[in-house]
Ligand binder design. Structure first.
Ligand code: FPP
Length: 244
């Protein structure tokens, strides 16, 4: 990739991986098979992100609402998540990638929690791709937690409410330190954000693709990144026309 192409890469791509269940249903297979296929796509997209030198990739692995699914499905998703974190961390280390998790950790099982902490520790000094898995994540909960922390600090007299700025607020979110997503992709033809990175996506470009997550390919991902590079981003400002 040329330097020019590299400089036009989004700094951060976030993906809502949707459609595993429908993918399985179309094939008359159990939903679990769709999630298994979904993990293969995760692996392939992480490799692609690493290959092109993307700095930040965030994947919505499990939402705080996903606990409402049938117990057997939740338990299968946990098994897949556990296996992914356990098995793929070696490759992430080899590729100088960093793995982090955002979301609520209080409901994770002890072994998953331990795996999360260990893989974060093992990869924390890595400087390549920063892979964030959103696990038991809900953006509204995250925003409320940040507001609560600031309110408590103000109540303790440590903070003047007049000093609360966007930056101060963002620093209390779980994504603090990571640039906001430039590009948010959702698969499966649904046009929703589903409580994902609401604050952080204020200026993101959105790409909704019809393909179901297990059908999403490396080429689809590269096309999405390239289509972003071609879009003009203005952040609410007017881009000055150059006078010929
Ligand atoms: C949506 O499909 C998918 C999820 C519940 C989250 C994505 C999970 C994976 C890809 C597997 C585990 C993740 C990792 C990182 C190892 P859906 O079941 O909502 O599909 P549907 O809308 O067609 O029912």
């Amino acid at each position: 990739m040329t330097n020019e192409a590299q400089s036009r890469l989004p700094r951060h791509v976030a993906i809502i991986m949707d459609g595993n269940g429908r993918w399985a249903k179309k094939r008359l297979m159990p939903r679990a098979a769709g999630h298994v296929a979904g993990v293969s796509t995760v692996r392939m997209i992480v490799r692609a992100a690493n290959d092109i030198g993307l700095k930040n990739l965030t994947l919505y692995a499990f939402s705080s609402e996903n606990w409402k699914r049938p117990v057997t499905e939740v338990s299968h998703l946990m098994t897949l998540f556990r296996a992914y974190v356990r098995d793929d961390v070696t490759e992430l280390v080899r590729n100088n990638a960093r793995l982090r998790f955002i979301g609520n950790r209080s409901r994770a099982s002890a072994d998953i929690l331990a795996l999360m902490e260990e893989s974060e520790r093992r990869t924390e000094a890595n400087t390549g791709l920063n892979l964030t898995l959103a696990f038991d994540y809900g953006s509204q909960e995250e925003i409320v937690a940040a507001a609560r922390e600031l309110a408590l600090a103000a109540a303790r007299g440590e903070l003047n409410p007049d000093d609360i700025t966007k930056e101060l607020f963002a620093a209390r979110l779980s994504t603090a330190g990571t640039p906001d997503p430039d590009l948010v992709i959702r698969t499966s033809g649904e046009y929703r954000l589903s409580n994902f990175l609401l604050w952080q996506s204020a200026y993101a470009e959105f790409l909704f693709v019809d393909k179901l997550w297990p059908d999403f390919t490396r080429e689809d991902f590269l096309n999405a990144v390239n289509s972003y590079a071609r879009r003009e981003r203005r952040f609410g400002a007017v881009v000055e026309e150059t006078v010929a």
